[in-house]
Design a protein around this ligand. Sequence first.
Ligand SMILES: [Zn+2]
Length: 244
Amino acid sequence: MTVYLWDTHSHLYQIPHWEELLPKFEEERIKVIVVGEERKSNEEVKEICKRFPKLLYPAFGLHPFLLPQLDVERELEWLEENLSTATAVGEVGLDFKGEEAKDSQIEVFLTLLELAKKFDLPVIIHSRKAARECLEVVRDSGWRKVIFHWFTCPSLVEEILELDGYFSVGPQASLSHSYRKVVEKAPLERIILETDSPVSFKGIPTSPLQVKEAVKVVSLLKGEPMEKVVEVTSANVYKIFGLK
Ligand SMILES: [Zn+2]
């Protein structure tokens, strides 16, 4: 199996002139899983991944943060109609940072996990201020193809491993004690890489090119050479996403 540098979580369409980065991706052997947040961005993800099928892979999602302003029924219908063409379901999950209706977030998340099960797709999970709750909903759903993205709750790592879960780790892990602890606790065999681009790293907006910074961080925290980190995380991506 060929080894690539996989950025498994990018909002690529939010990066101005992202097309100009594509030759760089080819040069650096980077492949990208592009995550959507709702129908409009999902459509965009669908379209751009169709244009560059060997570089960009689509994940369609419904971001918990956006639920109050969306027609959820319509969003779910769109997903049901389009998930057969996706690599993953995401970005989805729970976000309890504000005062959002927690019960309805949980209900929608559970529905999305059921949809993922139906289409046999892995789920890319956002769990801000809701790590324990996300874990419980995943457990209730019975679906075990799950990736916890930017996960910062080290005390729950073991329970997630028991559920066969993976962790996607970005360069930002170097800046947070609890994020670092998660990487230290999780075995390399359950780690994949991400950027969450264009979210900033050290004050500068990222792109999938910064997945190389994620390699450095994981290499340092796991005490493994960078080549091994690239090799193992690449193999993990093929496994969890079922890519050939
Ligand atoms: Zn994201």
